[in-house]
Design a protein around this ligand. Structure first.
Ligand code: XUL
Ligand code: CO
Length: 433
């Protein structure tokens, strides 16, 4: 499918070749690690090789050649061939998939298990041939009609058992493929109306389900991390994994913090009314910055448009957080992004990924310079200097009571105004871009 296209190489910022990297140099060491290690870029199987370009108003426009193959496993193998071919062209060393992305499922649990095991052994071969690894696996617990009221939070126990069957098989596949992590995105784990919903019971079921999935995987020898991927809404009106703070509270309440971290998606952050940087910082501060689903939303649209990332200012701010946090705990950057319905040339997939990879690489270089050469980090530290010594330090250590604090206010009178310097910092960062 990609044989007419070149393998994308680094050619530097001056090249006119748009099928080359201008910034992404996998081996180049930045802040002590090769770029490839900071990012661990991954291809999202579902967007690049399953999404058909169809929307609620129109039929598919991405007409993959394997769609005409009748046998599900043969069809899945042809799809895998294309996926691995594209990843090699792009120097993508990782991929991520849902069970049903790898091979089409029907309604029969046993047949689905057989199909997934079948494609798993083919993917093992492809991985061995190419050195490409599975960043994470997951189960699609939201597309089938049985999940219309949720999966682990479904009011019908029979549906929950089918979700369990799917997660068990997806964990088996992930483990067999040496997957680094396993993701839970709560697709329909939420509700549309409280009139028909016992929220407390549903959340307890979700926690129990996650415990049992984790226990099963650990018993099979899985050493990777489980990620929860927060999203506030869509497809449900209200999803339980609303944002990072909400998920952290949930993991703490149900004693899941030891095994679970966060997979943070750009467009989910903005749907929750946050910046992406905010969500990254919340996770980093809790020691739970596991992985990222990279994309961007559309400022004029209120839904998950999953476009490829290209905003240097936003990505630079994101890379500042990631660099200061020391990178991802086990994960990487999965392009959970799709080319548009009307992007119908094979090379559009390459342009999309090159654009995203280059934007991240450039942002890493910028953020690294901001941290090394500019007053940025020192200035922010200095802003809190009044807590570094004297009474401020005593307060942080819990040694001052409310009356002591009041007495200090009386003794020192009205504090001088100290500028927060937002425009100065924005200007400073633009100077490095
Ligand atoms: C949906 C989404 C999912 C998860 C995996 O918004 O982001 O594709 O990343 O289930
Ligand atoms: Co995602």
């Amino acid at each position: 499918m990609f044989s007419h296209l070149p393998t994308v190489q680094y050619e530097g910022p001056d090249t006119d070749n748009l099928l080359a990297f201008r910034w992404y140099q996998p081996e180049r060491v930045v802040a002590g690690r090769p770029m490839a290690d900071w990012f661990r870029f991954a291809c999202a199987y579902w967007h690049s090789f399953c999404g058909s370009g169809a929307d609620p108003f129109g039929e598919p426009t991405h007409l993959f050649p394997w769609l005409s193959i009748a046998d599900p496993l043969e069809r899945a193998r042809a799809k895998a061939d294309a996926a691995f071919e594209m990843m090699q062209k792009l120097q993508l060393k990782y991929y991520c998939f849902h069970d049903v992305d790898a091979v089409d499922f029907g309604d029969d649990v046993l047949e689905n298990e057989r199909r997934l095991a079948g494609i798993t052994s083919y993917l093992q071969q492809k991985q061995a041939e190419t050195g490409i690894e599975l960043l994470w696996g997951t189960a699609n617990l939201f597309s089938h009609r049985r999940y219309m009221n949720g999966a682990a939070t479904n009011p019908d126990f029979a549906v929950l058992t089918h979700a369990a069957a799917q997660v068990k098989a997806a964990l088996d596949a992930t483990i067999a493929l040496g997957g680094h992590n396993y993701v839970f995105w709560g697709g329909r784990e939420g509700y549309m109306s409280l009139l028909n919903t016992d929220m407390k019971r549903e959340k307890e079921h979700l926690a129990m389900f996650l415990h049992k999935a984790k226990d099963y995987a650990r018993a099979q020898g899985f050493k990777g991390t489980f990620f929860i991927e927060p999203k506030p809404c869509e497809p449900s009106k209200h999803q339980y994994d609303y944002d990072c703070e909400t998920v952290i509270g949930f993991l703490r309440q149900y004693d899941l913090l030891a095994d679970f971290k966060l997979n943070i998606e750009v467009n989910h952050a903005t749907l929750a009314g946050h910046t992406f940087q905010h969500e990254l910082q919340v996770a980093a501060d809790a020691g739970l910055l596991g992985s990222m689903d990279a994309n961007r939303g559309d400022y004029q649209n209120g839904w998950d448009t999953d476009q490829f990332p290209n905003n240097l200012n936003e990505l630079t701010e994101a890379m500042l957080v990631i660099l200061e946090a020391g990178g991802f705990a086990g994960g990487g950057i999965n392009f959970d992004a799709k080319i548009r319905r009307n992007s119908t040339d094979v090379e559009d997939l390459l342009y999309a990924h090159i654009g995203g990879m280059d934007a991240f690489a450039r942002s890493l270089l910028i953020a690294d310079r901001v941290l090394r050469e500019s007053p940025y980090a020192g200035w922010r530290r200095q802003r809190y200097a009044s807590f570094d010594e004297g009474a401020g330090r005593q307060f942080e250590q819990g040694q001052l009571g409310l009356a002591d604090l009041r007495n200090l206010a009386v003794a020192h009178g009205e504090p001088a105004l100290r500028s927060g310097k937002q425009e100065y910092l924005e200007l400073l960062i633009n100077r490095y871009i």
